[in-house]
Design a protein around this ligand. Structure first.
Ligand code: NAD
Length: 368
Protein backbone atom coordinates (compact mmCIF):
# COMPACT_ATOMS: atom_id res chain seq x y z
CA UNK A 1 0.00 0.00 0.00
CA UNK A 2 1.50 3.44 -0.94
CA UNK A 3 2.34 5.50 2.11
CA UNK A 4 3.90 8.91 2.42
CA UNK A 5 6.38 10.84 4.54
CA UNK A 6 7.69 9.53 7.83
CA UNK A 7 4.98 6.88 8.06
CA UNK A 8 6.30 5.32 4.87
CA UNK A 9 9.41 4.33 6.74
CA UNK A 10 7.71 2.85 9.75
CA UNK A 11 4.13 1.56 9.26
CA UNK A 12 4.10 -1.77 7.48
CA UNK A 13 0.92 -3.11 5.91
CA UNK A 14 0.92 -6.76 4.94
CA UNK A 15 -2.19 -8.11 3.26
CA UNK A 16 -2.99 -11.66 4.38
CA UNK A 17 -5.03 -13.84 2.03
CA UNK A 18 -7.81 -15.43 4.09
CA UNK A 19 -10.60 -17.40 2.41
CA UNK A 20 -14.05 -15.76 2.67
CA UNK A 21 -12.59 -12.47 3.99
CA UNK A 22 -12.40 -9.40 1.76
CA UNK A 23 -9.26 -7.92 3.33
CA UNK A 24 -7.09 -8.81 6.27
CA UNK A 25 -4.14 -6.54 7.10
CA UNK A 26 -1.28 -7.22 9.44
CA UNK A 27 -0.05 -3.82 10.60
CA UNK A 28 3.26 -3.29 12.34
CA UNK A 29 5.33 -0.32 13.33
CA UNK A 30 8.45 -1.28 15.23
CA UNK A 31 9.25 2.35 16.07
CA UNK A 32 6.26 2.46 18.45
CA UNK A 33 5.86 -1.28 19.14
CA UNK A 34 2.58 -1.54 17.23
CA UNK A 35 1.35 -5.01 16.25
CA UNK A 36 -2.21 -5.00 15.00
CA UNK A 37 -4.61 -6.69 12.61
CA UNK A 38 -7.60 -5.15 10.85
CA UNK A 39 -10.01 -7.72 9.39
CA UNK A 40 -12.65 -6.67 6.88
CA UNK A 41 -14.91 -9.67 6.54
CA UNK A 42 -17.69 -8.39 4.31
CA UNK A 43 -18.83 -5.01 2.92
CA UNK A 44 -21.95 -6.12 1.05
CA UNK A 45 -24.23 -3.93 3.19
CA UNK A 46 -21.80 -1.07 3.79
CA UNK A 47 -18.35 -0.10 4.97
CA UNK A 48 -17.34 -1.88 8.16
CA UNK A 49 -17.60 -0.70 11.74
CA UNK A 50 -16.15 -2.66 14.63
CA UNK A 51 -14.31 -2.43 17.91
CA UNK A 52 -10.59 -2.15 18.54
CA UNK A 53 -9.74 -5.00 20.92
CA UNK A 54 -6.52 -4.52 22.86
CA UNK A 55 -5.39 -7.77 24.42
CA UNK A 56 -2.05 -9.45 25.26
CA UNK A 57 -2.50 -12.42 22.91
CA UNK A 58 0.15 -15.07 23.53
CA UNK A 59 1.00 -15.16 19.82
CA UNK A 60 0.02 -13.74 16.43
CA UNK A 61 -2.08 -16.76 15.41
CA UNK A 62 -4.33 -16.43 18.46
CA UNK A 63 -4.86 -12.75 17.64
CA UNK A 64 -5.63 -13.61 14.03
CA UNK A 65 -8.14 -16.31 15.01
CA UNK A 66 -9.88 -13.87 17.34
CA UNK A 67 -10.10 -10.99 14.88
CA UNK A 68 -11.36 -13.27 12.10
CA UNK A 69 -14.10 -14.73 14.27
CA UNK A 70 -15.07 -11.35 15.69
CA UNK A 71 -15.21 -9.64 12.27
CA UNK A 72 -17.39 -12.41 10.82
CA UNK A 73 -19.67 -12.03 13.84
CA UNK A 74 -19.88 -8.28 13.13
CA UNK A 75 -21.04 -9.02 9.58
CA UNK A 76 -24.01 -11.04 10.85
CA UNK A 77 -24.68 -8.71 13.77
CA UNK A 78 -24.82 -5.65 11.50
CA UNK A 79 -26.93 -7.47 8.88
CA UNK A 80 -29.62 -8.46 11.38
CA UNK A 81 -29.52 -5.16 13.28
CA UNK A 82 -30.06 -3.33 9.97
CA UNK A 83 -27.46 -0.64 10.65
CA UNK A 84 -26.11 -0.44 7.07
CA UNK A 85 -22.61 -1.58 7.95
CA UNK A 86 -20.52 -4.57 7.01
CA UNK A 87 -18.40 -6.65 9.33
CA UNK A 88 -14.95 -5.58 10.48
CA UNK A 89 -12.87 -5.66 13.61
CA UNK A 90 -9.34 -4.93 14.73
CA UNK A 91 -7.00 -6.20 17.41
CA UNK A 92 -3.89 -4.63 18.87
CA UNK A 93 -1.57 -7.17 20.47
CA UNK A 94 -0.74 -5.42 23.75
CA UNK A 95 -1.61 -5.43 27.42
CA UNK A 96 -4.04 -2.49 27.78
CA UNK A 97 -2.86 -1.93 31.35
CA UNK A 98 0.87 -1.83 30.54
CA UNK A 99 1.67 -1.44 26.85
CA UNK A 100 -0.84 1.14 25.62
CA UNK A 101 0.44 4.63 24.89
CA UNK A 102 -0.45 7.67 22.79
CA UNK A 103 2.13 7.04 20.04
CA UNK A 104 0.90 3.51 19.48
CA UNK A 105 -2.76 4.53 19.37
CA UNK A 106 -1.97 7.46 17.08
CA UNK A 107 -0.06 5.24 14.69
CA UNK A 108 -2.96 2.76 14.73
CA UNK A 109 -5.27 5.70 13.86
CA UNK A 110 -3.02 6.51 10.90
CA UNK A 111 -3.35 2.92 9.73
CA UNK A 112 -7.16 3.16 10.00
CA UNK A 113 -7.01 6.38 7.98
CA UNK A 114 -5.03 4.73 5.20
CA UNK A 115 -7.98 2.40 4.63
CA UNK A 116 -10.07 5.48 3.72
CA UNK A 117 -13.22 4.47 5.56
CA UNK A 118 -13.30 0.76 4.70
CA UNK A 119 -13.06 0.27 8.46
CA UNK A 120 -14.49 2.56 11.19
CA UNK A 121 -12.97 2.05 14.63
CA UNK A 122 -14.95 1.88 17.88
CA UNK A 123 -14.40 0.94 21.51
CA UNK A 124 -14.05 -2.68 22.57
CA UNK A 125 -12.48 -4.78 25.32
CA UNK A 126 -9.21 -3.06 26.32
CA UNK A 127 -9.90 0.24 24.52
CA UNK A 128 -11.55 3.36 25.92
CA UNK A 129 -13.16 6.61 24.74
CA UNK A 130 -9.78 8.26 25.49
CA UNK A 131 -8.12 5.87 23.00
CA UNK A 132 -10.78 6.77 20.41
CA UNK A 133 -9.95 10.44 20.97
CA UNK A 134 -6.29 9.73 20.13
CA UNK A 135 -7.29 7.76 17.01
CA UNK A 136 -9.46 10.77 16.03
CA UNK A 137 -6.32 12.92 15.81
CA UNK A 138 -5.27 10.77 12.85
CA UNK A 139 -8.61 9.97 11.19
CA UNK A 140 -12.31 10.86 11.14
CA UNK A 141 -13.13 7.14 10.77
CA UNK A 142 -13.83 6.54 14.44
CA UNK A 143 -16.97 6.60 16.63
CA UNK A 144 -17.72 6.51 20.35
CA UNK A 145 -15.79 9.66 21.27
CA UNK A 146 -16.65 11.77 24.27
CA UNK A 147 -18.25 14.90 22.84
CA UNK A 148 -21.74 16.36 22.74
CA UNK A 149 -22.77 14.58 19.53
CA UNK A 150 -21.47 11.23 20.66
CA UNK A 151 -23.48 8.17 21.69
CA UNK A 152 -21.37 7.64 24.84
CA UNK A 153 -21.03 4.38 26.78
CA UNK A 154 -22.69 1.52 24.83
CA UNK A 155 -23.04 -0.66 27.97
CA UNK A 156 -26.51 0.48 29.12
CA UNK A 157 -27.87 0.17 25.55
CA UNK A 158 -26.47 -3.31 25.15
CA UNK A 159 -27.96 -4.13 28.57
CA UNK A 160 -31.43 -3.02 27.46
CA UNK A 161 -31.17 -5.27 24.39
CA UNK A 162 -30.15 -8.20 26.61
CA UNK A 163 -33.11 -7.49 28.89
CA UNK A 164 -35.44 -7.65 25.89
CA UNK A 165 -33.67 -10.84 24.77
CA UNK A 166 -34.22 -12.42 28.18
CA UNK A 167 -37.90 -11.53 27.86
CA UNK A 168 -37.92 -13.23 24.44
CA UNK A 169 -36.64 -16.58 25.76
CA UNK A 170 -39.19 -16.46 28.59
CA UNK A 171 -41.95 -15.69 26.09
CA UNK A 172 -40.90 -18.66 23.96
CA UNK A 173 -40.64 -21.08 26.89
CA UNK A 174 -43.56 -19.96 29.09
CA UNK A 175 -45.81 -17.97 26.75
CA UNK A 176 -45.28 -14.92 29.01
CA UNK A 177 -42.33 -12.55 29.11
CA UNK A 178 -42.76 -11.68 32.78
CA UNK A 179 -39.59 -11.87 34.84
CA UNK A 180 -41.40 -11.97 38.18
CA UNK A 181 -39.94 -14.84 40.21
CA UNK A 182 -37.90 -16.18 37.29
CA UNK A 183 -34.51 -17.57 38.25
CA UNK A 184 -31.68 -15.73 36.49
CA UNK A 185 -27.96 -16.61 36.81
CA UNK A 186 -25.83 -13.67 35.67
CA UNK A 187 -22.10 -14.10 34.97
CA UNK A 188 -20.13 -10.83 34.94
CA UNK A 189 -21.07 -7.49 36.48
CA UNK A 190 -19.26 -5.10 34.16
CA UNK A 191 -20.34 -2.34 31.82
CA UNK A 192 -23.28 -4.45 30.59
CA UNK A 193 -23.91 -6.81 33.51
CA UNK A 194 -24.31 -4.02 36.04
CA UNK A 195 -27.03 -1.98 34.28
CA UNK A 196 -28.68 -5.27 33.28
CA UNK A 197 -28.86 -6.34 36.91
CA UNK A 198 -30.75 -3.16 37.64
CA UNK A 199 -33.37 -3.98 34.97
CA UNK A 200 -33.69 -7.56 36.23
CA UNK A 201 -34.05 -6.52 39.86
CA UNK A 202 -36.86 -4.07 39.17
CA UNK A 203 -38.64 -6.63 36.98
CA UNK A 204 -38.81 -8.95 40.01
CA UNK A 205 -36.32 -11.64 38.99
CA UNK A 206 -34.79 -14.10 41.46
CA UNK A 207 -31.09 -13.33 41.05
CA UNK A 208 -27.85 -15.29 41.35
CA UNK A 209 -24.61 -13.59 40.26
CA UNK A 210 -20.87 -14.19 39.97
CA UNK A 211 -17.89 -11.98 39.24
CA UNK A 212 -14.17 -12.34 39.71
CA UNK A 213 -13.90 -8.85 41.31
CA UNK A 214 -14.98 -8.75 44.98
CA UNK A 215 -15.61 -5.01 44.70
CA UNK A 216 -18.40 -5.56 42.15
CA UNK A 217 -20.00 -8.16 44.42
CA UNK A 218 -19.89 -5.91 47.50
CA UNK A 219 -21.65 -3.17 45.58
CA UNK A 220 -24.48 -5.37 44.28
CA UNK A 221 -24.93 -7.12 47.62
CA UNK A 222 -25.89 -3.83 49.21
CA UNK A 223 -28.05 -2.74 46.33
CA UNK A 224 -29.90 -5.88 45.17
CA UNK A 225 -29.20 -8.73 47.66
CA UNK A 226 -28.63 -11.41 44.96
CA UNK A 227 -27.37 -14.91 45.76
CA UNK A 228 -23.62 -15.01 45.06
CA UNK A 229 -21.77 -18.05 43.76
CA UNK A 230 -18.19 -18.72 42.73
CA UNK A 231 -17.33 -17.80 39.12
CA UNK A 232 -16.71 -21.52 38.39
CA UNK A 233 -20.25 -22.39 39.57
CA UNK A 234 -22.47 -19.83 37.86
CA UNK A 235 -23.15 -21.84 34.68
CA UNK A 236 -24.21 -24.84 36.85
CA UNK A 237 -26.97 -22.95 38.69
CA UNK A 238 -30.45 -24.42 38.07
CA UNK A 239 -32.33 -21.49 36.52
CA UNK A 240 -34.68 -20.24 33.83
CA UNK A 241 -32.02 -18.11 32.13
CA UNK A 242 -28.23 -18.27 32.27
CA UNK A 243 -26.88 -14.85 31.27
CA UNK A 244 -23.19 -14.86 30.21
CA UNK A 245 -21.85 -11.30 30.38
CA UNK A 246 -18.12 -11.96 30.83
CA UNK A 247 -15.86 -13.60 28.26
CA UNK A 248 -16.48 -15.76 25.18
CA UNK A 249 -16.28 -19.56 24.91
CA UNK A 250 -18.43 -20.26 27.98
CA UNK A 251 -20.57 -22.75 26.03
CA UNK A 252 -18.25 -25.70 25.49
CA UNK A 253 -17.86 -29.48 25.91
CA UNK A 254 -17.02 -29.13 29.58
CA UNK A 255 -19.74 -26.64 30.62
CA UNK A 256 -22.74 -27.90 28.63
CA UNK A 257 -23.14 -31.19 30.58
CA UNK A 258 -23.02 -29.15 33.82
CA UNK A 259 -25.71 -26.68 32.77
CA UNK A 260 -29.13 -26.83 34.42
CA UNK A 261 -30.67 -23.79 32.73
CA UNK A 262 -33.67 -23.70 30.41
CA UNK A 263 -32.17 -20.97 28.24
CA UNK A 264 -29.06 -18.85 27.61
CA UNK A 265 -29.36 -15.15 26.81
CA UNK A 266 -26.37 -12.91 27.49
CA UNK A 267 -24.08 -10.31 25.99
CA UNK A 268 -20.66 -11.98 25.73
CA UNK A 269 -19.34 -12.22 22.18
CA UNK A 270 -18.57 -15.70 20.79
CA UNK A 271 -20.31 -17.55 23.63
CA UNK A 272 -20.16 -20.80 21.66
CA UNK A 273 -16.64 -22.19 21.76
CA UNK A 274 -17.44 -23.82 18.41
CA UNK A 275 -20.52 -23.68 16.20
CA UNK A 276 -21.50 -27.30 16.86
CA UNK A 277 -22.11 -26.42 20.51
CA UNK A 278 -25.33 -24.71 19.38
CA UNK A 279 -26.52 -28.09 18.09
CA UNK A 280 -25.74 -29.73 21.44
CA UNK A 281 -27.78 -27.04 23.23
CA UNK A 282 -30.68 -27.72 20.87
CA UNK A 283 -30.54 -31.44 21.67
CA UNK A 284 -30.46 -30.62 25.39
CA UNK A 285 -33.54 -28.39 24.87
CA UNK A 286 -31.71 -25.30 26.12
CA UNK A 287 -33.01 -22.32 24.18
CA UNK A 288 -30.06 -20.17 23.04
CA UNK A 289 -30.46 -16.51 22.04
CA UNK A 290 -27.67 -16.09 19.44
CA UNK A 291 -25.06 -13.72 20.87
CA UNK A 292 -24.66 -11.57 17.78
CA UNK A 293 -28.41 -10.86 17.67
CA UNK A 294 -29.12 -10.25 21.36
CA UNK A 295 -26.00 -8.11 21.98
CA UNK A 296 -26.47 -5.65 19.10
CA UNK A 297 -27.79 -2.81 21.32
CA UNK A 298 -24.40 -1.09 21.60
CA UNK A 299 -23.81 -1.31 17.85
CA UNK A 300 -27.29 0.06 17.10
CA UNK A 301 -26.65 2.95 19.47
CA UNK A 302 -23.24 3.84 18.07
CA UNK A 303 -24.51 3.55 14.47
CA UNK A 304 -27.14 6.17 15.34
CA UNK A 305 -24.24 8.60 15.82
CA UNK A 306 -23.43 8.65 12.10
CA UNK A 307 -26.94 9.29 10.77
CA UNK A 308 -27.42 12.60 8.94
CA UNK A 309 -29.68 13.83 11.79
CA UNK A 310 -27.06 12.92 14.38
CA UNK A 311 -27.34 10.93 17.57
CA UNK A 312 -30.76 10.38 19.10
CA UNK A 313 -31.10 8.00 22.08
CA UNK A 314 -34.88 7.68 21.62
CA UNK A 315 -34.44 6.33 18.10
CA UNK A 316 -31.75 3.98 19.45
CA UNK A 317 -34.12 2.65 22.08
CA UNK A 318 -36.89 2.06 19.52
CA UNK A 319 -34.51 0.07 17.33
CA UNK A 320 -33.05 -1.92 20.23
CA UNK A 321 -36.60 -2.85 21.28
CA UNK A 322 -36.90 -4.81 18.04
CA UNK A 323 -34.31 -7.33 19.23
CA UNK A 324 -37.23 -8.99 21.05
CA UNK A 325 -39.19 -9.65 17.85
CA UNK A 326 -36.08 -10.55 15.86
CA UNK A 327 -35.21 -13.25 18.38
CA UNK A 328 -38.75 -14.65 18.46
CA UNK A 329 -38.63 -14.88 14.65
CA UNK A 330 -35.26 -16.69 14.84
CA UNK A 331 -36.62 -19.24 17.37
CA UNK A 332 -39.50 -19.93 14.96
CA UNK A 333 -37.20 -20.29 11.93
CA UNK A 334 -35.03 -22.72 13.91
CA UNK A 335 -38.04 -24.74 15.01
CA UNK A 336 -39.50 -24.96 11.50
CA UNK A 337 -36.17 -25.95 9.92
CA UNK A 338 -35.11 -28.17 12.83
CA UNK A 339 -31.82 -26.31 13.14
CA UNK A 340 -30.08 -24.65 16.05
CA UNK A 341 -30.99 -21.02 16.74
CA UNK A 342 -27.40 -20.07 15.84
CA UNK A 343 -27.74 -21.61 12.37
CA UNK A 344 -31.14 -19.94 11.95
CA UNK A 345 -29.65 -16.53 12.81
CA UNK A 346 -26.69 -16.94 10.44
CA UNK A 347 -29.09 -18.05 7.69
CA UNK A 348 -31.27 -14.99 8.27
CA UNK A 349 -28.22 -12.70 8.19
CA UNK A 350 -27.01 -14.27 4.92
CA UNK A 351 -30.48 -13.91 3.41
CA UNK A 352 -30.50 -10.19 4.27
CA UNK A 353 -27.04 -9.83 2.70
CA UNK A 354 -27.98 -11.74 -0.44
CA UNK A 355 -30.98 -9.44 -1.03
CA UNK A 356 -29.13 -6.36 0.26
CA UNK A 357 -31.81 -5.71 2.89
CA UNK A 358 -30.72 -2.77 5.05
CA UNK A 359 -27.85 -1.78 2.72
CA UNK A 360 -26.36 1.64 3.47
CA UNK A 361 -27.89 4.22 1.14
CA UNK A 362 -25.80 7.25 2.14
CA UNK A 363 -22.28 7.61 3.52
CA UNK A 364 -21.99 7.90 7.29
CA UNK A 365 -21.96 11.46 8.67
CA UNK A 366 -19.28 12.11 11.24
CA UNK A 367 -20.42 14.86 13.61
CA UNK A 368 -17.05 15.12 15.36
P1 NAD B 1 -16.56 -5.65 31.20
O1 NAD B 1 -15.12 -5.98 31.08
O2 NAD B 1 -16.98 -4.29 31.64
O3 NAD B 1 -17.28 -6.69 32.20
C1 NAD B 1 -16.98 -8.03 32.27
C2 NAD B 1 -17.20 -8.47 33.73
O4 NAD B 1 -17.06 -9.87 33.79
C3 NAD B 1 -16.19 -7.85 34.71
O5 NAD B 1 -16.88 -7.33 35.83
C4 NAD B 1 -15.30 -9.04 35.08
O6 NAD B 1 -14.81 -8.93 36.40
C5 NAD B 1 -16.28 -10.19 34.94
N1 NAD B 1 -15.66 -11.49 34.69
C6 NAD B 1 -14.58 -11.79 33.92
N2 NAD B 1 -14.35 -13.11 33.95
C7 NAD B 1 -15.31 -13.65 34.73
C8 NAD B 1 -15.61 -14.97 35.15
N3 NAD B 1 -14.88 -16.01 34.75
N4 NAD B 1 -16.68 -15.17 35.95
C9 NAD B 1 -17.43 -14.13 36.37
N5 NAD B 1 -17.19 -12.86 36.02
C10 NAD B 1 -16.14 -12.62 35.21
O7 NAD B 1 -17.20 -6.03 29.78
P2 NAD B 1 -18.60 -5.58 29.21
O8 NAD B 1 -18.45 -4.36 28.39
O9 NAD B 1 -19.65 -5.64 30.29
O10 NAD B 1 -18.84 -6.76 28.15
C11 NAD B 1 -19.06 -8.09 28.58
C12 NAD B 1 -19.06 -9.00 27.37
O11 NAD B 1 -20.06 -8.58 26.43
C13 NAD B 1 -17.75 -9.03 26.56
O12 NAD B 1 -17.59 -10.32 26.06
C14 NAD B 1 -18.00 -8.05 25.42
O13 NAD B 1 -17.23 -8.37 24.28
C15 NAD B 1 -19.47 -8.29 25.16
N6 NAD B 1 -20.18 -7.14 24.58
C16 NAD B 1 -20.17 -5.95 25.21
C17 NAD B 1 -20.85 -4.87 24.66
C18 NAD B 1 -20.87 -3.51 25.32
O14 NAD B 1 -21.69 -2.67 24.93
N7 NAD B 1 -20.05 -3.25 26.30
C19 NAD B 1 -21.56 -5.04 23.45
C20 NAD B 1 -21.57 -6.29 22.84
C21 NAD B 1 -20.88 -7.35 23.43
Amino acid sequence: MPLSGEKEKTIQFEELAVKDYEKVYKITDDSVGLKAIIAIHNTRLGMTLGGVRIFPYANFDLALTDVLRLSEGMTYKSAIAGVGFGGGKSVIIADPKKDKDERKMLRFGEAVHMLQGQYIAAEDVGSTPEDMAIIRKATPYVVGLMHKNSSGDPGPFTAYGIFRGIQSVLQKIYGSNSLAGKKIALQGLGNVGMPLLNYLFWAGADLTVADIYPHNLEYVTKKFRPRIVEPSEIHKVPCDVFVPCAMGGIINDQTIPQMQCKSIAGCANNQLLAEHHAEILKDKKILYAPDFVINAGGLINVAMEVTSEGYNPIESRKKIDKIYDQLLAIYDIAEKNKTSTHVAAVTLAKYRMAYEIGKRSEPPHFHH
